[in-house]
Design a binder for this molecule. Sequence first.
Ligand code: DGL
Length: 283
Amino acid sequence: MINSGVLFNTDDMSEANNNSPIGVFDSGLGGLTVLKELAQRFPQEHFVYLGDTARLPYGSKSIATIQRYAEQNIEFLMKKKAKLIVAACNSASSALLSHSDKSYPVPVINVIEPASQSALNTSTTGSIGVLGTRATIGQNIYEQVIHKLKPSMIIHSQACPLFVPFIEEGLINDPLINLVIHRYVSPLLATNVDTIILGCTHYPIIKAFIQKVMGKHIQLIDSAPAVADILQHKMATGTLLANQDQKEQNIELCITDINSRFQEVAARFLKPISYSNITATHL
Ligand code: DGL
């Protein structure tokens, strides 16, 4: 299980203190949807973001491989002295939740439990749809988490493996992705779902197009605000909050493969937030 470990254990890699950055990771650009929400919600905090673009996509790989990548990402962020880490990737979160028994000296937050709770709070029909990568959907992780909270819920899941390559390419407002959206989400129209979890942190980038196909009456759940709520709670009750007098917010992007389009697409996805610096990183 992802644990919410003991803070500031000085014997290990983490020498974090309350002014240390919050670590966020994803396989690529998708986690920027979470970073943007967190950076806006916590303007006094610094952030370090790891985008493992060299090994993207995670969602079509085996759970054992995704788990290994996720654990390496956590270790990297601990070396960057992150005081708290957000696995802003559903595929990584599902591998960690269902397989990893490692414990960490800083809290590691997953995106699946907050999104599940948020969907439960929203649904009135008792039927929830979940869109995600093959890895996330194949693990049935949303079903397990939601059923633990409310066993009577009916879950309709749909893997959408083509969404991530389109989004990473920046092909957002394109007739081709609209065809793909139709293909993946229209089967949900024949069900009783009133709430759909965007179970991949890339998908909020095409939220408006998914909404158009599903109709205004369907609530789409983006994990970012739900994760920000959890952090707000954790930070308010602990010793994690940065000093209010910290200077300008610093956002460092560490990217394992920077292709020619990354900076432009990343800046577009983060807007109005801007990053301070970008570093080519090897894990
Ligand atoms: N954004 C990631 C997720 O939430 C993974 C995308 C991918 O690498 O397949 O699942």
